[in-house]
Design a protein around this ligand. Structure first.
Ligand code: APR
Length: 232
């Protein structure tokens, strides 16, 4: 069987109405990263940081998966565990589309993390009012998202899958943030064919074997159809 690793970034959710990070309308345009997405920012001004993520969590109620998310879920139903999706996104659109074999390497908006006991409960309410941790009762919850300077989740599992992959696909990511941006070179070094599906050519570390430009909602379903026709 062909083993596939698909890395997704903010571009796959853009057409669902979730803003990307970089670019003219990007999330970072209106905010300094160091004011909202670092552990130091949270120490300095927890209220502002919690409100920033509360707003983004609430916004998830108004968005739906788009055809790119549903096509990847369809591919998983067809080939099962030979497909691993590694997302940098903190939204839950892959799961809502039906994907199960998924790593949220940068964490999840709909999960909290307790700085007192380490619990990581599913969470859908605002964190700015400093609610109590359901496990230990302390009021020390933060969003379970990975900030700049912190270690992404499940790196060992991701790297094992990337080096074992026959095909590595990057969808809707600018290639600006490591370690995710390094996976294409790792996959290629271990013999994978590399594919990029992105609105525009990204700042990838090495050229992809196959780079297609256009909206994810069109490119991803077309690529999934090709893979399924080829009997991956
Ligand atoms: N279809 C396909 N690609 C798109 C679309 C679309 N409809 N819209 C935008 N894109 C592309 C952009 O061209 C860009 O290359 O998606 C990419 C989004 O890039 P970023 O905004 O940098 O998002 P991402 O790569 O996911 O950022 C990585 O940076 O700040 C952090 O932790 C945050 O996980 C995030 C990480």
């Amino acid at each position: 069987m062909t083993r596939l690793v698909v890395l997704t970034g903010a571009g796959i959710s853009a057409e669902s109405g979730v803003p990307t990070f970089r670019g003219p309308d990007g999330l970072w345009e209106g905010h300094r990263i160091e004011d909202v997405a670092t552990p130091e920012a949270f120490e300095r001004d927890p209220h502002t940081v919690l409100r920033f993520y509360d707003e983004r969590r609430r916004a998830l109620h108004g968005v739906e998966p788009n055809p790119a998310h549903t096509a990847l879920a369809r591919l998983e139903r067809a080939i099962g565990a030979d497909l691993l999706i590694v997302t940098q996104n903190v939204d839950d659109l892959h799961e809502r589309a039906g994907t199960r074999n998924l790593v949220h390497m940068h964490g999840e908006l709909r999960r909290a993390q307790c700085l007192s006991c380490g619990a990581r409960p599913a969470w859908d309410a605002d964190l700015a009012p400093r609610p109590a941790c359901p496990v230990c009762g302390e009021r020390m919850l933060r969003p379970d998202v990975v900030w700049f300077g912190e270690m992404p989740y499940e790196l060992d599992r991701i790297e094992q899958a990337v080096v074992a992959a026959d095909v590595f696909v990057s969808i809707g990511t600018s290639g600006a943030v490591y370690p995710a941006a390094g996976y294409v070179a790792l996959a290629a070094a271990f013999g994978a064919r590399t594919v990029e599906l992105n609105l525009e050519s990204s700042d990838a570390l090495i050229p992809f074997d196959d780079a297609r430009t256009g909206p994810a909602s069109t490119l991803v379903p077309a690529w999934v159809d090709e893979v399924m026709r080829a009997g991956a």
